[in-house]
Design a binder for this molecule. Structure first.
Ligand SMILES: Nc1ncnc2c1ncn2[C@@H]1O[C@H](COP(=O)(O)OP(=O)(O)OP(=O)(O)O)[C@@H](O)[C@H]1O
Ligand SMILES: [Mg+2]
Length: 513
């Protein structure tokens, strides 16, 4: 481990980094900061939660001239929430140097962004659609940009975003420095990337597995109709501090969060059809532990750094191994441990094997807990919170009532009744979760990538799978990539999920603005 002071970083940045609580550089930071400060182009790949943001953020801040009124750095991220998060981290890194950071993303009033742009920010962090919108309105001047960064680079260079990225790149001087970061970098995408980079230094932090070692990974083989009951029992046994449940479609997310709520869990959903205000408020409540369970589409799969997420549940197995890596990477960050559970229907077992091949990590089978085990889990939780209340002496006003009760009843009965009232007992309140069709049968990974970690799936023509245009009235997150008018702020224009066309590498791609 290298101390930041050995990396030739200026005093002001060192001070900021120290204030953030960073003592030693993580391997990806150690591996890239030096090259980046020399002006080299970099492809940086390291596991989820290992500090890639600061790996590009520190050298970027170092290069900024705070006295200049120009935009000198541009960071592009695939989702609005990630753009906001990255801008916050950059703000902290550049605080002592007084670097001005501005985030621009769809769903936020454009006039407000135009006014903020007049305030001479040094770095812009944004989503592709909104950046393009500002370029077209000539409200974003990129001719002095020296550093272009693609966070979640493989996602940004995937089909759903590539056209936008190409256009943005044309507005940035060709002699710029380009930095690409992600936890996953399928070979076909890396080849696309190298075409617009200048002899990039590829910094890949080698590890045995693509996923983080301290995430315990399980799978549950289960039929569609059993998933919800098993999920709630597993949650009752696991007692997560904070959990994220990923679902395949927006409809799935809506139905799951509703079902969890009526069964007594504090759960909310997040996906691309919600207003930006709603998305932000749900995320804020989750970060503040006001809700325990965030139900999400892949819109929350990449980059989000929320401390306290102990469990990730894939209610539906993701279609791409890369998506799996990013989803489960929302837990087990910065050295913490985590648990990931993936539901897989018998027909989808082929996908599970492909995920395992890519990540080079086997998932352990998880036996669905019985309802008795689930109940015991909840009872233990009630015992713990009762004990905690006593420990914290948080019971002043209730003592008189307690004494009154004890005059009449046995102490053990009174406590048992208190525990019962605090326990979430298995509920049979009916819930309605529409069945998702399983992913089309798939047994082998084409493209010969195998264990060498090649790319996504190839040539998966969705029209034969019939999922993208099923006409079943569901709100699919997985429509093929297509352009629509009125992209900014209009919820119908933000697409999520995977896009695919025959013959092209398939990894997940979302369109946001
Ligand atoms: N040197 C460091 N020391 C301690 N903590 C750090 C250090 N660098 C980053 N962190 C913290 O680690 C967490 C994960 O960092 P970050 O979000 O940059 O990970 P990432 O590699 O970009 O992950 P992902 O692939 O999911 O986007 C953050 O909370 C960040 O503040
Ligand atoms: Mg990141």
């Amino acid at each position: 481990m290298t101390n930041f002071s050995e990396l030739n970083i200026s005093e002001s940045t060192l001070k900021s980094v120290k204030r953030m609580g960073f003592e030693e550089a993580t391997p990806i930071q150690e591996g890239t900061i030096k090259f980046a400060m020399e002006g080299r182009d970099i492809i940086g790949q390291a596991q989820t939660g290992t500090g890639k943001t600061a790996a590009f953020g520190i050298p970027l801040v170092e290069k900024i001239d705070p006295k200049s009124p120009n935009i000198q750095g541009l960071i592009i991220a695939p989702t609005r929430e990630l753009a906001i998060q990255v801008s916050e981290e950059l703000y902290k890194i550049g605080q002592d140097k007084r670097v001005k950071i501005l985030s621009v993303y769809g769903g936020q009033e454009i006039g407000r962004q135009i006014r903020a742009l007049k305030n001479n920010p040094h770095v812009i962090v944004g989503t592709p659609g909104r950046i393009l919108d500002h370029i077209n309105r000539r409200t974003l001047k990129l001719e002095n940009v020296q550093t272009l960064i693609l966070d979640e680079a493989d996602e940004m260079l995937n089909m759903g975003f590539i056209e936008d990225i190409n256009t943005i790149m044309e507005s940035v001087p060709p002699e710029r420095q380009t930095l690409l970061f992600s936890a996953t970098m399928p070979t076909p995408i890396r080849k696309i990337a190298e075409k617009f980079m200048k002899t990039p230094e590829v910094v890949k932090i080698q590890s045995k597995e693509m996923t983080v070692e301290n995430i315990e990974q399980f799978f549950v083989k289960s039929h569609e109709r059993e998933k919800f009951d098993i999920l709630s029992r597993v949650i009752n046994v696991h007692q997560p501090e904070l959990a994220i449940i990923f679902g395949r479609t927006k409809r799935r997310v809506d139905e799951l969060s509703h079902a969890l709520s009526i069964r007594g869990y504090l759960a909310e959903g997040i996906h691309g059809d919600l207003s930006q205000a709603k998305r932000m408020s749900v995320l804020r409540q989750f970060k503040e532990n006001k809700i325990d369970i965030l139900v999400a589409t892949d819109v929350a799969a990449r980059g989000l750094d929320i401390s306290g997420v102990t469990h990730v549940y894939n209610y539906d197995i993701p279609q791409d191994p890369e998506s799996y890596v990013h989803r489960i990477g929302r837990t087990g960050r910065a050295g913490k441990s985590g648990v990931a559970v993936t539901f897989v229907t018998p027909r989808e077992m082929g996908y599970l094997r492909i995920v395992e091949e890519t990540t080079k990590k086997r998932m352990s089978p998880l036996r669905p807990p019985s309802s008795d085990e689930a109940l015991i889990g909840q009872q233990r939780l009630a015992v713990e919170s009762l004990a905690e209340m006593v420990d914290k002496n948080n019971i002043g006003d209730y003592r008189a009532f307690a004494t009154e009760l004890l005059e009449k009843y046995e102490a053990v009965d009174v406590i048992a009744a208190a525990l019962k009232s605090m326990t979430r007992e298995p509920s049979d309140t009916p819930v309605s979760i529409s069945e998702e069709r399983p992913l089309p049968a798939r047994k082998e990974r084409s493209g010969g990538g195998g264990r060498s970690g090649g790319g996504g799936y190839k040539g998966n023509n969705r029209s034969s799978g019939g999922r993208s245009s099923s006409g079943s009235g569901r709100s699919s997150d997985r429509g093929p990539s297509r352009r629509t008018g009125g992209r900014d702020g209009s919820s119908s224009s933000s697409r999520e999920g995977s896009a695919s066309r025959g013959g092209r590498p398939r990894t997940s791609s979302r369109r946001e603005n």
